[in-house]
Design a protein around this ligand. Structure first.
Ligand code: NAI
Length: 336
């Protein structure tokens, strides 16, 4: 039986990497019934807005979606699609696994961490206004409920994946009330997990420590803005945006997505690296109980990088999306 999953190809390189992903998932034995839905510029043209209600309804119905990158038209009164999607479906946890991959030229070996980011509040609550001309205020919302559930999510993830440590990242010495509340909730949740090591770190110290030695970290958890910045920083530690997968998880729904954007500079040229979306699909397969197909894909990504043939330009090669996809399919094997 196939599992229905909503597929949003998105804009720019989105349709190219989506096509590659579908081929690899099928070749890996993933049993998926894709249901395409629109978001991004394509949806503005067809439906008058970048995130149509039909698309949200489809995801509410099917519960799981895989999303390509979407462009948010700037200066036309549209709010970020990603922010809206996360709020509308209450996808409160962003999960980004950051793992060193073979043969990718980076300064660190053996990085293996997960960034967990609170997705619905903080400075991304969308509450901004002009107080008087020339002075603008953005509200940073932190609630006990959201703080508690994201820290609990991080601890549960750590427990389920056999991890040893959770690091809570904050700036409570300056943001005394908002991060003060977040920190006290984090401490409260941590008391329920005495078998896991709990660490607290200021965001600035964490950045320095990540630059010095990212291998000492395990699960990182933080509020929205810090998480946005740090998850891209961590993607850079293992080779960049073309490689790193991501998921946005809520109580009822999950949307998996590559973390890169629409790459307008290479869109339509067949040069995009599809690995990030393909690895996001592997995470999705594990989420819906098709773990084996997901593991085959991850193993193929490693073999393909190791072999170094037909890699795309972002990885220093001269391959195309199509030739790299062929390599990924050829490197799938039934025994991992
Ligand atoms: P970007 O990620 O699209 O591009 C940054 C650089 O990385 C470019 O040089 C691009 O060619 C390269 N790159 C990105 N993905 C790649 C891939 N798979 N293979 C090879 N090279 C790749 O970020 P940028 O330029 O800031 O944003 C462009 C558009 O994407 C904007 O409209 C933005 O709103 C949107 N965006 C959407 C996201 C999403 O839907 N999740 C996330 C980030 C940006």
């Amino acid at each position: 039986m196939k599992t229905p999953v909503v597929l949003i190809p998105g804009d720019g390189i989105g349709p190219e990497v989506t096509e590659a992903m579908r081929e690899v998932v099928e070749a890996a034995g993933g049993r998926i019934e894709w249901e395409e839905a629109d978001a991004g510029l394509v949806a503005v043209e067809k439906h008058g807005g970048p995130l149509p209600e039909q698309t949200l309804e489809r995801i509410r119905h099917r519960r799981v979606a895989l999303k390509g990158p979407c462009a948010t038209p700037i200066g036309k009164g549209f709010r970020s699609i990603n922010v809206r999607l996360r709020k509308a479906l209450d996808l409160y946890a962003s999960v980004r696994p950051v793992v060193t991959l073979p043969a990718v030229d980076v300064p660190y070996d053996r990085v293996d961490l997960i960034v967990v980011r609170e997705n619905t509040e903080g400075l991304y609550s969308g509450l901004e206004h002009e107080v008087v001309p020339g002075i603008v205020e953005s509200l940073r919302i932190i609630t006990k409920k959201a703080a508690r559930r994201i820290v609990r999510f991080a601890f549960e993830l750590a427990r389920n994946q056999g991890r040893r440590q959770v690091t809570f990242c904050h700036k409570a010495d300056v943001l005394r009330l908002s991060d003060g509340l977040f920190l006290s909730e984090a401490r409260r949740v941590a008391r329920n997990y005495p078998f896991l090591d709990f660490q607290e770190m200021n965001v600035d110290s964490l950045c320095m420590e990540l630059a010095l030695d990212p291998t000492r970290f395990d699960v990182l958890v933080m509020e929205n803005l810090f998480g946005d910045v740090l998850s891209d920083l961590c993607a850079g530690l293992v080779g960049g945006l073309g490689l790193v997968p991501g998921a946005n998880i809520g109580k009822k729904h999950a949307v998996f997505e590559a973390v890169h954007g629409t790459a307008p500079d290479i869109a339509g040229k067949g040069l995009a690296n599809p690995m990030a979306l393909i690895r996001s699909a592997a995470m999705m397969l594990a989420h819906i109980g098709q773990r084996q197909a997901g593991e085959r894909i991850e193993a193929s990504v490693r073999r393909t990088l190791q072999a170094g043939e037909d890699l795309t330009g972002d990885l220093g090669g001269t391959g195309t999306t199509a030739t790299l996809t062929r390599q990924l399919i050829a490197n799938l094997s039934s025994d991992n």
